[in-house]
Each structure stands twice: as C-alpha cells, then as structure tokens.
Design a protein around this ligand. Structure first.
Ligand SMILES: [Zn+2]
Length: 391
C-alpha cells in the first residue's frame, strides 16, 4: 500500500496533477467565452456551405478563419499555413497555424486543434463547434502570458483520412523522422455540437488507449486533468473515453501525448446534410468552450494575475479595496459611474465565502485569517483583487 501510494505520488507530480484546484483568474477568463460569439461563429461557419477539402468553400473557410484571428489582434507573422496535396489530381489544401509564444518554455508547444473541413453537409457540429471554440480560446488568451507556447491549429483534410494533421505531424513536428518541435500536449476538439434536444450535460474526455503504448499513461494523466478542468470551469460532467479517428492520431503515432473532447451523446448528424446550425445545441458548445479555455490555461500554465489588457478597458480598473490586510470591514471604492455591482469573496480554492450586491462596506469579521480573492462585477466588466484578512 505504501509503495503504491509513493508510485502514484511520483506519477502525479510528473504531470502536474498535484495542485489542481480552481484558479479564480482562469475561471474569469473561461467565463469570457461568449454565447453570442459561439452562436455567431457557428452560424457563419454553416453559411460557408459544404467545405469539402480542396473546394472553394474550403478556401473560403480558411480565409474566414484568417480574418477572425487578425480581428483578435494576431499578426500575420504569428500565422502560418501548412500546404499539402492529395489524390490523383494533386488537390491542394492548407492547415492554418497561429502561434503564441510562451514566456518560460518558448520552444515547447501546447497544440489546441480541430478540423475545419466538412463532408456532405455544412458540418456545424463536425467541426464548426470545435472551430468556434478554438477561435474563442485564441481571442480570450491573445494577451495572456502563458509559460508554454500555444499553437492554435485548424486542420483541413480530416474527412479524407486525417490528411492535414498527418502532414503537419510528419512534415512540421517531425521531418524525415527527426523531431523539429517539442510538443507538450495535443488537445483536439472534434464534434462537440450536441444535437439539440439531447441531454447535453456531459463531455467525453478522450485518452490514448491504442497505437504506441509508451505515451498512454501520460495521455491518461492529462485527460484526467482535462476532466478536472471541465468540472472546475464549466457546468459539464465528464465521461472518460478513448481517443480514435481524429486529428490527434498522427501525433499519437509519433509518440506525442494527446487528449481530446468529443460530444457525450452522439448526434449521428455528422457527415450528413443535417449537420446544420439548426440541429446543434449552442448552449452545449458554449459550455464546452468554457471547459476548453479553463483547460488550455492549465495546460499552457497561463498567468494567474489579471493582465493589463484585461483591465485596460475596464471601468473597474481604478477600484480600491482597503484596508488590506483587513480585520472586520473591507471598504470598496468604485468609480462613481458604477452604481450596480456584485462582490464575491472566494477562498484560494475558489469556494464562495461572501456574495454582496451594491455594498461598499463589507463585514468580513467572520472570515478566518488568510488570503482571499475579491471579484467585483459590474455590467460585463470584472475586477479581481487579492485581499488578506488578518486579526
Ligand atoms: Zn470531425
């Protein structure tokens, strides 16, 4: 028993599972996933038509993606294309890669990916849903420092047999069998649209249970972390499952560590004319998006401090909370235009301790000594301050 727990401790420590509790700033960013954006992105994706690899609609989708990343503030130099050809006519297609450089491990990458090509139908669930989530994650994390570099990758050629991801894994990550890129994790999101009317309250968290065996334990560990993040940062429940038949597999074959999301109750609309916006559950995609943004911050080790960009346009930026440390009362000084606000005090594990509305003098005499996070929300703005209670 003792020996077993020692082994368990070592393996958990190796993959960073030991300290996984809710981080309030991660939750704040997960909550920045916008239902409006997710809905609009899936509608636009659907309106692009049947995006068969190599078709005009497929190229239109690629250009639509590029315009989105540029609108979020990514530069052309952060964007690259990986071109490949296939079939007897040498049909050409492109993967799109957006790179955000890490602060501590700039040469090690967390890849978040999903395919944007579709087959037979407009593919709003398969895989407009994953595409929309990757875009939202890129938008929200654009100016958030992460220790590891992140690559947001939109693959093409998935429906013809993982052609785009296979090309990227074997011509960019590896070249002639020699590794070119260090990959911490490949996090694939495919078909998370959830058919409207189904009970869409859980997500499948997929770990590597096939192919090479040397990377399976690490995949399981990361997938458990993915499941933990899902319950921390979204209302969804999790179902552990196995990875298969999507863009993580060519990476798996090269020994990389993979994980993934797939809808729990399968729609069976994939690869049909019925994979439309009308048939997906946008609330489900919104919730999967929160889970993905929470998990991506965990995997890439995002800063836990709110960045300047997160508060620069925020009327709450000038907020003052005093005294700090406090004994019995906390005073909140807000910009005078802020009339209606909500204050939450959570402990460092994210447990809600106090919740007040429109109060500028908060009685904290019942709180035990220690550090807390004070989150002030007004309209759609948010400010978080760390406060210390000491008596
Ligand atoms: Zn798919």
């Amino acid at each position: 028993m003792k020996k077993l727990s020692t082994l368990l401790f070592i393996s958990l420590a190796t993959y960073g599972l030991e300290a996984q509790s809710l981080i309030q700033t991660y939750k704040n960013r997960a909550d920045m996933v916008s239902q409006t954006n997710v809905t609009t992105l899936m509608q636009e994706f659907g309106n692009l038509g049947v995006k068969t690899t190599g078709s005009t609609a497929n190229t239109d989708a690629l250009n639509w993606l590029k315009a989105k990343y540029l609108s979020y503030g990514y530069t052309a130099s952060q964007m690259s294309e990986d071109s490949f050809t296939f079939g007897s006519n040498n049909t050409s297609a492109k993967n799109l890669i957006i790179t955000k450089t890490g602060t501590v491990y700039p040469n090690t990458y967390v890849i978040i990916c999903g395919h944007y090509d579709t087959i037979t139908g407009p593919g709003v669930s398969d895989n407009g849903s994953g595409t929309s989530i990757i875009l939202e994650a890129a938008r929200i994390l654009k100016d958030i420092p992460t220790e590891y570099s992140i690559k947001f990758i939109n693959f093409s050629g998935e429906e013809q047999g993982l052609l785009g991801s296979n090309h990227y894994a074997n011509n960019v990550v590896f070249l002639n069998g020699t590794r070119q890129l260090n990959v911490r994790l490949v996090f694939n999101i495919d078909q998370v649209g959830g058919k409207l009317g189904n009970l869409n309250t859980a997500i499948k968290c997929e770990s590597d249970q096939s192919g090479q065996t040397g990377n399976n334990a690490a995949s399981l560990s990361f997938t458990q972390q993915l499941a933990n993040c899902t319950t921390l940062y979204s209302p969804l429940q999790t179902v552990m499952s196995n990875a298969y038949s999507s863009d993580y597999m060519p990476f798996e074959a090269n020994g990389d560590i993979i994980t993934g999301f797939y809808e729990n109750v399968r729609s069976y609309n994939e690869h049909t004319v019925n994979d439309t916006f009308a048939n997906v559950d946008p609330t489900y995609v919104f919730n999967v998006g929160k889970a993905a943004v929470g998990a991506l911050q965990h995997f890439a080790v995002a800063t836990t401090v709110l960045g300047t960009n997160e508060t620069a346009t925020n009327a709450l930026e000038s907020i003052k909370i005093y005294p700090n440390p406090a004994k019995d009362f906390l005073n909140i000084d807000l910009p005078k235009e802020v009339k209606n606000f909500n204050i939450e005090i959570t402990d460092m594990n994210g447990r809600l301790i106090l919740n007040k509305e429109n109060e500028t003098k908060i009685n904290v005499s019942s709180l035990v000594n220690g550090a807390y996070l004070c989150t002030i929300k007004a309209n759609d703005k948010i400010a978080v301050r760390k406060v210390i209670i000491g008596k």
